[in-house]
Structures are given as C-alpha cells and as structure tokens.
Design a protein around this ligand. Structure first.
Ligand code: PEP
Ligand code: MG
Length: 775
C-alpha cells in the first residue's frame, strides 16, 4: 500500500485493517490507494490532487465493505454460494449470483458505518446534494485487467435512504453473474476482490462525452473527443451518435469535426434515475462544442496523460462554462464500434462527397461500380463499392462480394439495409442521388455508421478495427426478457448464433427463395416443386442447427410482387399500383395454395426430423380468420397443428386491435413487425426517403397499439415479441421492456447493445420496485 495511506493508517491509531477509515475524501487519496478506494476512486483522487476539475466526492472504502462482510457474518457464509460453481452453466451461475446479491442487500449495514456515510453526505450541500454512486472495484481499471462496466453506477441519487441503498446495491453488484464469470475466467478469487464506492456530486451536464487523449489506434498526438447533449451516459452507452472532434496537439487546432444528428439525450429524472428524451429539433444538428471548448478539454486530457504517463480515456462534462472531468483511465482495449477507436483516418482531412442514412456499420474503401439492374452485377468485382438506386433480391450474390453498398432510396428497413447488416457489409441508404453523383471507377470511402461517403481511400485500415470482434470483453448477460436475433440469409446463421442470442425472432425466408432468381410460381409451373421444397428445407435447417434447442420463428413468404418482377416467372406477376398494400404475406399464400403448401411441406419435414424448436409465423395477417384458415390448411396437409408452435406478426393496426380474437383463435405467440406497423399506422412509405423524417416507431399512436396488445398478451400468458427494426434501437427496447414485452429480436450487429439495454432496464425495474417496497 502507498506510504500515504500507511501514514494515515497510523493516524487512525492502530494498524489493523478494521480501523482504517470507512470514508476518504478525494483530496486524501492518491493513485496508489487502489486497495482502499478501487481503481476509479484512486484515479479520481489523484486527478483532484493534480488540479483537474473533478466534481466533489468521497469514497466509501473497501475496508468499509470488508467490515460490513465481517460484522454481518457474511464473510463466513457468502462465498459458499460459489463453491464448485460451473460458471459456464448459466442457470447455476445466475442462481448463485442472485443468492449472493440478495444476501448483501438484506444484511443491515453497521450503525457506525451508516453514521460515517451520512456525516460525509451531510458535508456535501447539507445532505441535499444529488450524487452519482459508482462502484469502484479493486481489480477494476487496471491496465492488465479491464474490468470496466461490470459493477454498477447509480445516477441521480438524493437523500439518506436512497444513498445507503445505492451503496449497498453497488456492493451487491460485486456478485453479479457477469462479475463472477469474469473473475473466474481471469483467475481472481471472489473472496479476495474488494469493492469501494464513490459518492460524487452528479453533474447535471448540458453537454458531455468522452475523450481519448492520444489517437488510440495510430498513437498520433491527436485528441479525439466525442460529445452530445445531456448526461454523458448517452455517449458512453452508444445510444446516440455524438459529434466528433479531432484536435491536433501539434498545431493546437481542431483539424476535423463531424456534427452528428443527435436525436436523443439522457437527463436526470426526479430524485433518482435518468430518462431518455428527444433532443429539440433546433439542437439536433447543432455543434455541441466550440473550438475553444475542444481545446480546453484537450488540455485537461493532456494534463491527465502526462501525469499518468499513458494515454487516457476520459469522461467529461460541461455545465454552462464550468468544465468537469468525471473519470480517467488508461486506454486498455480496442473499443467497440462507435467509439473513437473505430473511426480513425476516415475523419482526418477527408472530404465528404455524399450523405445518407448509415444503415450498416463499418468503414470500407474501394472503386465505385454503378448497378442499374441485376444485369449490371456481372461487372461487380470483389471489394467494389456497389452504388444503386435500390438493391433487389437478385442482386444478393453481388452484394456478398462488395466492400460496401450505397443506395439512392430506402430507409433503415429496406432490402439493402437488412441484407447488408447480415452480411456485415457497410451500407448507406437514402442518399437520394448517390448513383448520379458517384462516378464509375471513382475511389471512395464509405462510413456505414455515420452515413458519409468520403473522396478517396481514407479508411482502409480502419475496416479491420471496426470489424474487430468486440467479444473480447463479453460475458453472458442474463436477462429475463429473451433477446433473439433476426436472420434473413443462412450464411449469417453462424454470426447470429455467435452473439449468444436466445433464439431467432424472425427468419425471413423470402430472401432464401428470391436468391434463387426464380419465383415460387416458376417452380410450380415447371414441375420443380421438390427443388423448391429442398431449397427451403436446407436453408432453414442451417439456421435451426445453429440455434439447436432455442426457438427459431420462421416466417412464411412475404415478398411484394415488385420484388419478383426481375426473376424467371416474374413476367406472370400482377402489376400492382401499390405493392406494399398488395398481394403479399398470408393474404397471398391463402389464395396461392400451392405456394403455401410447398412451404408447409418443408416445415413438416423439419418437424418430422425432430426440429421442435421451429415455430412458424404468419405475416401481414389482418383478421383471425386468416390464421384459422392457414391452420386448417396445414392440418389438411398433415401437420399436427395442435403440437407445433404457430404465431403471427402484428404489422397491421387491425391485427393489433384484434389481438384478443387472435389469441382465442389459438396463436402461440405474436411479434410486432414495426417496419410495417409504422407505415400502415402513419401512412408513411417505409422506403421513401422523402418522408423518412416522419417515420417514427415511437409515434404515440404506434406506441398505444403496441402497449394495448402487450397488455392483452400478458393477460393471456402469450409470448409477445418485436422483430421490426425498432427492436434494434435501445430507447425503443427500453420502452418495450418497461411496458412488459416478453421477448425482443434485433439485428446481429445490435445484439450486444440490446442485451445491455434489456439488462439495464430490468435492473432498474427491480431496483425501483425494491425501493418502493422499502419506502
Ligand atoms: C416488419 O414489418 O417489421 C418486419 C419485420 O417485416 P419486414 O421488414 O420483412 O416487412
Ligand atoms: Mg413486415
């Protein structure tokens, strides 16, 4: 232990651990005091001492935690929970973690400790201070053990009972399933890991974010700052695309800035907790930081880096003209997408020549190839940038070859967006005129996260960074709400399963069939029915095998007639004025009985093979009679309909309104297809970029339909899920979990953040109910 604390130890008469203080103020702490105050506390103390503007704080020391364990007798009992625990066994891990956390939460804190904590809190604005309560594990934040994010932080805490409860919650978080798992994997003994708790003035920031004091990939003297409105949590959690600024320490100038469209902010709510609110339209595209503010933050960053001797990852906040540095820790790992490590060279001195909606994340450079229709795809070569009005299923083979995709039309739910995300190919949609502005052979760089196309090759190295696995720091996050994944092409099944998702909430089989370049009608007319069934059977089986033992909801065909047009047999498709409202989904299958029968034949064979994890979902249903009719046809074709899982998509307001009648008709589950539900509720073509700005899954009318349908599903105990794009958006998922959805299904790339959102929301619900019980 650092001499400083040893000196203090002597001051506290007697050298035994028990007599070390329960509380230390930041000014009393040095960076070596990790054993007493944890990584976060030690770092904050050191920062305060070197003069950085750190918000006022005290630390409830690890000695206090140990004293709590000893004096309550927990030290003797709690670790029995982990004896012989197989941490790879999720159920056992979760059970042990729950029991240990409950033990910690139930044990009464020693009275003298309560007194010390409350005395310290009293000194902060006479006990009126709103604080952030953050756990600070003694193994956390070390350069060789990046344990970041495993223990909890509680924001916006006010009042004695809330404070004491939050401290105890932080202690309990030491025994969360993830934390136990990591310790086991890293070889830490549970009994030897301590936890301290930082109680710090909450900065109700007007703007906040993160800073890398040196370029995290190249090591250049470039400070990279991300910032957005409200609390910094929105930037740290990745729930908002923040502004990005690059400050060159040599010229002391801002050399690059990207002003993002900041749709949401996180602000304090009531006396505890935070809430997500929309950013007012006038501030969405406004620059968050002035050049002077960037320079000042960079200076603080440099002070921290110089002091610690290694590049730092810093959290900052600003209230009016007051700057705060909230945290600083060494940069230890490559960050996931959306953090400064992921953008690098694409932002330095490059010219943006085109903008659209970032639909599939990643950065790639290459030669532009303009594709007007499927015939042009023969010119597409490996590594090209495909630029087209809108992709079609017949372009999928070419889409698999290219490095990035840019379309004129479309939104986040269009064909190009869905397929690109599954292929892991960067994509930008809705550029309006990309196919006119970009020229064949031109070299460009596509940033599929921000939606920018840059002139020249400016990000080739970065692609590897962006696609670098984020899994290095993944642990099983266990959620009560199941987190499933969407799949459209069997090639993506492996990547989808590797996310650890709890099943597949939507397998779109039309991509499987349309990729064959022949319409279902062609197979029937040309007596190739068996070939059609085999293709379906094989494709679905790949996904079922990848998710063995987990539910896979396979949706019957749902392709608008215009998507069939370019294929063999497409000449027989009817020409419809509005295919989106036309002959698609179950309404077509019930009339094109052969087409439906062949799909059912593939399902039947899979069920007969023992794939009981296969569930079948009917799209575009608007009346329970359709479900009843589909079921009776299946029965007629030999399916034991009472022993298989059958459900519906809720994509039409009519089906949301009639959910009770659907339940009475025997559905086993329902899943909100918000891509269509939004378009049919609000009369907004989902693929029309001119009205994309009005396309809002959180429109009150859509939310009311969803809310009412969830309530009824819960009443009847019917599983209720979401598989539209909104299920990949954290604020929407938070809302859905708060309103009782039983399952969500997200895109492959969104699974980590959705899992985290679900876990966070569930914990908040539990915490709030525990608090109201206590109150
Ligand atoms: C939906 O409508 O939300 C959905 C998932 O189906 P698709 O996007 O295939 O129409
Ligand atoms: Mg749909």
């Amino acid at each position: 232990m650092h001499n400083y604390l040893l000196e203090k130890q002597r001051d506290y008469s007697g050298a035994c651990m028990k007599e070390l203080p329960d509380i230390l103020w930041l000014e009393e702490i040095r960076k070596e005091d990790i054993a007493a105050v944890g990584g976060k506390g030690a770092s904050l103390g050191e920062m305060a001492v070197i003069g950085l503007p750190v918000p006022r704080a005290f630390v409830v020391t690890s000695h206090a935690f140990r004293r709590f364990l000893v004096e309550t007798g927990l030290e003797k009992t709690i670790f029995a929970n982990f004896e012989n625990l197989d941490v790879e066994n999720n159920a056992a891990l979760e059970k042990a973690a729950e029991r240990a956390k409950e033990d910690v939460l139930k044990a009464p804190m020693p009275q003298s400790m309560v007194q010390h904590i409350l005395e310290a809190y009293q000194k902060m604005d006479a006990g009126e201070m709103i604080v952030a309560v953050r756990s600070s594990a003694t193994a956390e934040d070390l350069p060789d053990a990046s344990f970041a994010g495993q223990q909890e932080t509680y924001l916006n805490i006010k009042g004695n009972p809330n404070l004491l409860k939050a401290i105890q919650m932080c202690w309990a978080s030491l025994y969360g399933a993830r934390a136990i798992y990591y310790r086991a994997k890293q070889g830490f003994d549970d009994n030897s890991v301590n936890i301290a708790v930082v109680v710090q003035q909450l900065i109700n920031s007007e703007k906040a974010g993160v800073m890398f004091t040196t370029h995290p990939v190249t090591g250049e003297p470039l400070t990279i700052i991300e910032g957005s409105w409200g609390l910094g949590e929105s930037v740290v959690s990745g729930s908002v695309s923040p502004d990005k600024y690059i400050f060159d320490q040599r010229s002391e100038k801002v050399v690059d800035r990207l002003i993002a469209n900041k749709k949401i902010e996180i602000i304090a709510e009531g006396t505890h907790g935070t809430k997500v609110v929309p950013v007012s339209p006038d501030r969405q595209d406004m620059q968050v930081l002035s050049d002077e503010e960037v320079a000042r933050l960079a200076m603080f960053g440099k002070i921290a880096e110089n002091h610690y001797g290694v590049p730092q990852d810093v959290e900052w906040a600003i209230v009016r003209s007051t700057f705060y540095i909230l945290q600083s820790r060494p940069i230890t790992t490559i960050k996931p997408k959306g953090t400064p490590a992921a953008y690098g060279r694409a932002e330095t001195g490059s010219t943006i020549i085109l903008k659209g909606q970032g639909a599939s994340p990643g950065v790639a450079s290459g030669k532009v190839v303009i594709v007007r229709d499927a015939k042009d795809t023969s010119a597409v070569q490996e590594g090209d940038i495909m630029v087209t009005k809108m992709t079609n299923p017949d372009m999928v083979p070419a889409m698999k070859k290219v490095a990035a995709i840019v379309t004129d039309e479309g939104g986040m739910t269009c064909h190009a967006a869905i397929v690109s995300r599954e292929l892991g190919t960067p994509a930008i949609v809705g550029t309006k005129n990309g196919s006119l502005i970009l020229k064949p052979g031109q070299i460009v760089t596509v940033d599929g996260e921000k939606g920018f196309v840059y002139e020249g090759a400016v990000g080739i190295q970065q692609q590897a960074q962006v696609q670098a696995p984020v899994t290095a720091v993944h642990a099983p996050i266990i959620t009560a709400t199941s987190v499933k994944v969407n799949v459209s092409i069997p090639e993506a099944a492996g990547r989808a399963a590797a996310t650890g998702a709890d099943g597949v909430g939507l397998l779109r089989i039309e991509h499987l069939i349309l990729g064959l370049n022949k319409t279902p009608g062609w197979f029937i007319t040309n007596h190739k029915e068996e070939e059609f069934v085999r293709e379906l059977y094989d494709g679905i089986k790949i996904v079922l095998d990848a998710f063995y033992g987990k539910p896979v909801w396979v949706r019957t065909l749902d392709a608008p007639t215009d998507e069939f047009r370019n294929m063999a047999g497409g000449e027989n498709e009817p020409i419809e004025h509005n295919p989106m409202l036309g002959w698609r989904g179950i309404r077509r299958d019930l009339q094109s009985k052969d087409q439906f029968r062949l799909q059912v034949e593939a399902f039947k064979r899979l069920w007969e093979q023992g794939y009981s994890n296969l569930g079948v979902m009917f799209p575009m249903v608007s009346h329970p009679d359709q479900f009843i009719a589909a079921k009776s046809m299946m029965r007629e074709w030999g399916v034991d309909v009472d022993h298989v899982t059958l459900g519906i998509m809720i994509e039409i307001p009519g089906s949301a309104i009639l959910i009770e009648e659907f339940i009475e008709a025997g559905i086993n589950f329902a899943s909100f297809g918000t891509n269509d539900l939004v378009q049919y509720t609000l009369a907004i073509d989902r693929n029309n970029e001119n009205v994309a700005w009005m396309y809002n899954p959180k429109h009150p009318a859509v939310l009311r339909l969803i809310h009412d349908a969830i309530e009824i599903c819960r009443e009847y105990g019917v599983e209720c899920s979401i598989c539209g794009q909104a299920g990949s958006e954290p604020p929407m998922v938070q809302w859905l979990v708060e309103h009782g959805i039983s399952s969500v299904s997200a895109n492959i790339d969104a699974i980590p953040k959705i899992r985290e959102t679900v876990a966070r929301t569930e914990q908040k619900i539990i915490l709030e109910s525990a608090r109201s019980r206590n109150a």
